[in-house]
Design a protein around this ligand. Structure first.
Ligand SMILES: Cc1cc2nc3c(=O)[nH]c(=O)nc-3n(C[C@H](O)[C@H](O)[C@H](O)COP(=O)(O)O)c2cc1C
Length: 223
């Protein structure tokens, strides 16, 4: 098991998985530990769904069919300002271009770009996905922040245990499709998805990680 610094420093988004499941006891231990996250007034607003097995395959097939039929995104909430402010736009572009370069996909290679985008809808072949949401009547910037603490705990705990994950906007862009596959979720606002599993051995794409800003760009000391 990795210590907390090593887990955070080595975690990156995993976009290729082995075809093996993580034992339920291990998943439950990670979820229980992640639930130690703080929240405003200890309200613990997060709702977390694990989709696996046949349910995972049914959901994956529906997302892939939707992609192939050109379904349009209809997220429950706007994740980012539109348009992005210039500094964020620059980083987002670098990230988007970076992964194509890493995979050796050129600007003009429309077929490979299409396949790359399609992998999002296959949840990168992960054996499981967590779907994170919050009750619709409990949705604010603050409660979404509380939910983020749990998700971050999960990602780092998975890495610490030798597993991997990829936080993913794609599922949340189609919340009705998530609600179709997740029983009793009509009143859940869908925040994000987290495909996870065992990272594929020797995978090239899994080595991709965009650089971080030097801390001087976002950290100031007031004294
Ligand atoms: C909320 C959220 C949504 C994301 N959505 C996607 C996505 O739909 N597809 C994808 O390939 N990566 C997605 N990412 C992964 C980011 O691109 C990635 O976290 C970022 O580039 C930093 O790289 P790293 O996770 O490897 O450190 C998402 C990350 C977050 C936090």
């Amino acid at each position: 098991m990795l210590d907390i610094f090593s887990a955070i420093n080595t975690r990156n988004s995993i976009r290729e998985y082995e075809n093996t499941e993580i034992p339920m006891e291990e998943i439950e231990r990670i979820v229980r530990t992640a639930g130690q996250a703080p929240s405003s007034k200890n309200t613990q607003p997060w709702k977390l769904f694990l989709v696996r097995g046949q349910a995972m395959e049914a959901m994956r097939n529906d997302f892939l069919q939707g992609f192939d039929e050109g379904m349009k995104p209809h997220p429950d909430f706007a994740y980012s300002p539109n348009p992005l402010p210039a500094p964020s736009l620059k980083l987002a572009r670098e990230c988007g271009i970076g992964i194509f370069q890493h995979k050796g996909i050129g600007r003009e290679d429309k077929d490979k770009r299409h396949l790359h985008n399609r992998e999002n809808f296959a949840f990168f072949g992960a054996p499981h996905i967590f779907v994170l949401g919050v009750d619709k009547d409990n949705f604010t910037h603050g409660t979404v922040m509380d939910c983020g603490f749990v998700l971050n705990n999960i990602m780092n705990l998975l890495t610490a245990q030798g597993y991997g994950s990829c936080p993913q906007y794609t599922p949340a862009a189609y919340p009705d499709l998530l609600r179709k596959h997740i029983p009793n979720s009509e009143n859940i606002l869908m925040i994000t998805g987290l495909p996870f599993g065992t990272p594929k051995k020797d995978s090239h794409v899994n080595k991709y990680q965009p650089a971080r800003l030097p801390i001087e760009e976002w950290f100031s000391v007031v004294e």
